[in-house]
Design a binder for this molecule. Structure first.
Ligand code: SAM
Length: 276
């Protein structure tokens, strides 16, 4: 018998996703959810109905992480949306290098708060290394977090297939990547000097961020809020506000905006906000 996802089951899944993660699961995601769920159940066994029931009634943490992976979209790339990186180069790295901007203890902290496979935090690490002369001894630490176990495993491995390197100019590839060991071929591995700048942690944006360190000079919160309803977006942005240094930047996806939210940020540039 072929086990298919029905609309009532999809609605039940959407209800849990909304209450647990603030995710607004649109009907157009129906086929994607069906395909991923059937692939998962082919391996783990059981029916869709039984799986939904367990998720509703007695889910374990592991069940919920699998569930999140089934729903989440992890599309990302190195130096995605170059205007954001251009802004940081102009407003942060270059002024630091020239001495026209300072930072307490020569420490800079950046949080990539929905980092997917790590391309975003590693791009930040590359840029910091390229712009800051080593003899100036800045301590730059980048935190990458995501809820998706699949995404975090990829991020921690720091190994990327050729097809994932589209955003990287040839000179950057040469400078920052090494051919991955044969076992993980085909792939490219991020150099140790970048790895040591980036720490990865599993974090749900719905939870309190207080244990995430900080305060941060800048938070990247890009291309994840599009899945949240307005109320959730406002809550998440306020949590990020509490984690920024005074006048710290919050950078959202280029298709995202804070304009309809009641949050204490002012616009610095399109999709870039300054803490008030
Ligand atoms: C489309 S990717 C964006 C990756 C990267 N920020 C970029 O712009 O290229 C969205 C990421 O948000 C993560 N995400 C969605 N909801 C989340 C939540 N509630 N907590 C933590 N991460 C979440 C997903 O797992 C996914 O990796």
């Amino acid at each position: 018998m072929i086990d298919t996802l029905t609309e009532p089951l999809f609605e039940r899944i959407a209800r849990i996703a909304r209450s647990r993660w603030g995710l607004a699961l649109h009907a157009r995601k129906f086929s994607l959810v069906q395909n991923r769920l059937t692939t998962h159940l082919r391996k783990s066994g059981g029916t869709i109905e039984a799986w939904v029931q367990r998720i509703e009634r007695t889910p374990t943490d592991a069940d919920m992480l699998v569930f999140f992976d089934i729903l989440s979209t992890n599309v990302t790339s190195f130096f995605r949306d170059p205007t954001h990186f251009g802004f940081l180069e102009r407003e942060l790295w270059t002024p630091l290098a020239r001495g026209t901007r300072t930072a307490a203890g020569r420490k800079i902290r950046i949080w990539s708060a929905a980092c997917s496979n790590g391309a975003e935090p590693y791009s930040l690490a590359m840029q910091a290394r390229e712009c800051l002369p080593p003899e100036q001894k800045w301590e730059v630490k980048i935190l990458g977090s995501d809820l998706s176990t699949k995404a975090l495993t990829a991020a921690r491995s720091g190994v990327y297939a050729e097809s994932q390197l589209a955003g990287l100019a040839p000179e950057r590839r040469k400078r920052w990547l090494l051919p991955a060991p044969k076992a993980t071929e085909p792939g490219w591995s991020v150099r140790p000097e970048l790895r040591e700048m980036v720490e990865f942690r599993q974090h749900n944006l719905m939870d309190s961020p207080n244990s995430m360190g900080g305060p941060f000079d800048c938070i990247f919160l890009r291309n994840c809020m599009i899945y949240f309803d307005r109320e959730t977006r406002e809550e998440v942005v306020l949590r990020m506000h509490s984690m920024l240094k005074p006048a710290g930047w919050l950078i959202v996806g280029s298709a995202e905006t804070l304009s309809s939210l009641k949050v204490p940020f002012k616009t610095a540039s399109a999709s870039i906000y300054v803490k008030e």
